[in-house]
Design a protein around this ligand. Structure first.
Ligand SMILES: Cc1cc2nc3c(=O)[nH]c(=O)nc-3n(C[C@H](O)[C@H](O)[C@H](O)COP(=O)(O)OP(=O)(O)OC[C@H]3O[C@@H](n4cnc5c(N)ncnc54)[C@H](O)[C@@H]3O)c2cc1C
Length: 399
């Protein structure tokens, strides 16, 4: 692999069989597969000054391994994805656990047996728990809508507590909404876990952290003789998409283009900008071994920020006397402002707008869109890897 900053003067798109925009999961998986399965010479253009997209991690000034774009916990049920990624990294075991700070008491989320006792006191909490066990059975995830549907005042009390203390204010902060703007179908899906398991992803057989780092995983994935990565290059300066074809450096391009950036941006937002939420991430290094008991603590009834992450609790890094934490403040995203578009706002009018952009490239058989930005949808890491594997299956089958 060659990683260079900027494009060489002699850069010629025609010397590559494929041009890939973005060096996150979507782009890196496609680059690797097209290089090794098709023998394609692949050019990856990335406008940031690093690979790995939003999964990028690095050491801060205090020597703490941090996730620059928010905490990333790898978890999957997808065997193929796991096998593929495991070619490029070993894994450090890690089971993610989340606590909610509710008026100063830290309670497991999703709300479980322990949380019930912390919220309602030992005796009443246990009685409520036994009622949940009798009604739904043990080790079940029950949406609060189902608790309400039982028309039992005690179960309704549990549902109301969870709604008000775990869900409501957190969701208002996260999405910038008032209570009446929150979709009742989403509200109803908030779960209570009838059991003691306090893992956030109990169903994922594969879960952990890359043994060295996510960035190291990407370095290995992109380490192939046929892959060249150019950092600090905005593909919009090279690629233009017309009615029926894509041009690179002003000339029609005969190879495959895989685009993992935002589609509205590619077209100069001429139909309007696709809305996102962004996050201000405020990092702080403290002179203590440990700040909080788990990787993330959600602030569900207080504070302006949504959660605090302590990276050492997730990566397992041993570094006495120092730790770095990060607070997340959610806000509306402004296009072309230098902010990172993080979360798609999944509302019908936005999906409609996205479809109109998508139609413009639908007929171009060699122009492929994949990834969280290009598809305007939320993906976990395993989901985007699965999508990139499927897309490249199709391209490989044609060559
Ligand atoms: C706060 C937060 C926490 C998350 N936590 C988890 C988690 O715990 N577990 C999990 O599985 N998933 C998590 N995710 C999801 C994960 O980040 C995504 O699944 C993953 O990053 C998607 O990869 P991607 O390649 O589609 O996009 P990205 O990682 O965003 O990569 C796209 C790349 O394309 C580049 N690009 C865009 N346009 C251009 C252009 N015009 N020219 C050149 N380059 C361009 C961008 O700079 C970027 O590097 C989280 C997401 C967020 C926002």
């Amino acid at each position: 692999m060659a990683i260079e900053h900027g494009l060489p003067e002699a850069f010629s798109p025609d010397s590559y069989d494929a041009i890939i925009v973005g060096a996150g999961y979507a782009g890196a998986v496609c680059a690797r597969r097209l290089a090794e399965s098709c023998g394609f010479k692949v050019c990856v253009l990335e406008r940031r000054d690093h690979i790995a997209g939003n999964a990028y991690d690095c050491y801060d000034e205090a020597g703490v391994l941090i996730h620059q774009y928010g905490p990333h916990i790898y978890h999957t049920t997808n065997e193929r994805v796991h096998q593929f990624l495991s070619r490029f990294t070993e894994w450090t075991p890690y089971q993610h656990k989340v606590l909610a700070d509710i008026h100063g008491t830290l309670m497991p989320v999703p709300f479980n047996h322990t949380s019930l006792k912390l919220a309602f006191g030992d005796e009443k909490g246990e009685a409520l728990y036994q009622k949940l066990v009798m009604t739904f059975g043990e080790n079940k995830k029950v949406p609060i809508m189902e608790l309400r549907n039982q028309n039992d005042p005690e179960l309704t009390e549990v549902a109301d507590y969870v709604y008000e203390n775990v869900f409501l204010y957190y969701t208002m902060k996260q999405w910038g909404k008032t209570p009446d703007q929150i979709d009742p179908s989403i509200t109803g899906r908030v779960p209570v876990f009838v059991g003691d398991d306090d893992r956030y992803f109990p169903a994922a057989p594969y879960q952990g952290m890359p043994a060295v780092s996510y960035t190291d995983l990407f370095e290995h994935m992109l380490d192939h003789d046929l892959i060249s990565v150019f950092l600090g290059v905005d593909a919009r300066d090279l690629i233009t998409v017309g009615e029926s074809e894509a041009c690179v450096c002003g000339k029609p391009y005969g190879g495959e283009i895989v685009y993992t950036g935002p589609l509205d941006e590619l077209f100069g937002y001429d139909l309007g900008a696709l809305p996102y939420r962004t996050l201000d991430m405020v990092f702080e290094t403290l002179d203590v071994d440990r700040f909080q008991p788990v990787g993330t603590v959600n602030y569900t009834v207080s504070e302006d920020f949504t959660r605090i992450t302590e990276f050492k609790n997730m990566t397992g890094q041993v570094l006495p006397g120092k730790t770095t934490i990060m607070r997340e403040y959610s806000k509306a995203y402004e296009p072309d402002s230098g902010q990172t578009p993080y979360y798609v706002i999944n509302e019908p009018q936005n999906i409609e707008l996205y479809k109109r952009y998508r139609e413009r490239v639908a007929g171009m058989l060699s122009f492929h869109v994949v990834g969280r930005l290009a598809e305007y949808r939320y993906y976990d890491m395993d989901g985007v890897v699965a999508s990139a594997l499927e897309l490249t299956d199709e391209i490989i089958a044609q060559h």
